[in-house]
Design a protein around this ligand. Sequence first.
Ligand code: ZN
Length: 77
Amino acid sequence: MIIKDKIKIGTKTFHIEFVENLINDGDELYGECSWGKGRIRINSSYPEEHQELALLHELQHLIFDALGYRSGLQNVF
Ligand SMILES: [Zn+2]
């Protein structure tokens, strides 16, 4: 899969960044996303298949955000 550097969800564009050893609060992540920052970050230290799955996972978060399910989302996935 060729992953582009940006993707549009509704009217908002998200930039996709690849980061080696993506860490947040001491935990290594496959990926993370921020609606407010318009950003998806993917850990490029993992194999390409993992990066693709991480991107799909983060897109799910953002699509749910777009539909208004922002609160409590972390408990769903
Ligand atoms: Zn998640």
